[in-house]
Design a protein around this ligand. Sequence first.
Ligand code: GRG
Length: 302
Amino acid sequence: MSSEDLTRELGLLKESIDKAMGAAVSGYRCDVPLIREAMAYSAGGGKRLRGAIVLSTYASLGGDGDAMPFALAMEMVHAYSLVHDDLPCMDDDDMRRGRPTCHRKYGEAIGVLAGDALLTLAFETAASSDLPPYRVVEGIRALAYGAGAAGMVGGQVLDLQPGISTGGGPSVHRGSNGDDPADRVRLTYRLKTGRLFETAAKLGAILAGAPATTVARAGEAGMCFGFAFQIMDDIDDSVQGGSEDQKDTLVKRVSLDAARREAASALERSIRLAGPDWFLARLSKHYLATKLAADSPSASPS
Ligand code: GRG
């Protein structure tokens, strides 16, 4: 399958997610139109990669029902995280998805509340799924785990305070004792970005009723993709002249070339773990070919 085919496939998935998201958020019944407007503003746009992974993993594993409520829930959690990540107390960003960030448009308090409301709507939406109830409950549990302290929120804390202790918990980076600065960055990436991609792939498998070994394999494939995704973001930043901030990054810790090799190897592992006909495998191949190929723009020396 060519990169053009993958782009078309993603375009179709994005279109169906965008449409369902519009109905779910703009059509949400509440007495306060302002918060609904800020939610719809923040949930609009984006590539919809996480939602697409839910839908396509579900279909690849034989799911023949409607996994859309979970694809939407995944994208709502992701949108909330971006809204909060952009706030002045975090990354303090002015632009997101090509337009002013939520707090720049609606003010900081509404920014906080729109993120809160998207997070809670995610669980309301997932719970409305008509798939078998035990799969829905397991899916909601997986989503809460991936988004919370053991996942994205934990990663965000590490990102904001790179020096704090990482002791006392299960590390998702095998072999890391938390002392090596590059390993701490890897852990941050796995938690803050990898976990949501891991969750997306796991959700597809859980909802399709796949056996536990397949759920775990899907999750690991998603984690590898998400880890590489975050490194590729670093690489882009570094090639474009580097971010102004003092953020610790893998490129800074191990060099641009080593970071590129690490991202490529994570994508290759994702391809090996995913089924050959999975969208996740095609997506990983696409990023390998377009972002990490020797002749890609970001592969030229900075
Ligand atoms: C605030 C709890 C909390 C968490 C924030 C992942 C994260 C955690 C913040 C995002 C920071 C960031 C911009 C990282 C770069 C890589 C990345 C995850 C980009 C955004 O994902 P895309 O490219 O976004 O899939 P779109 O807009 O396409 O949905």
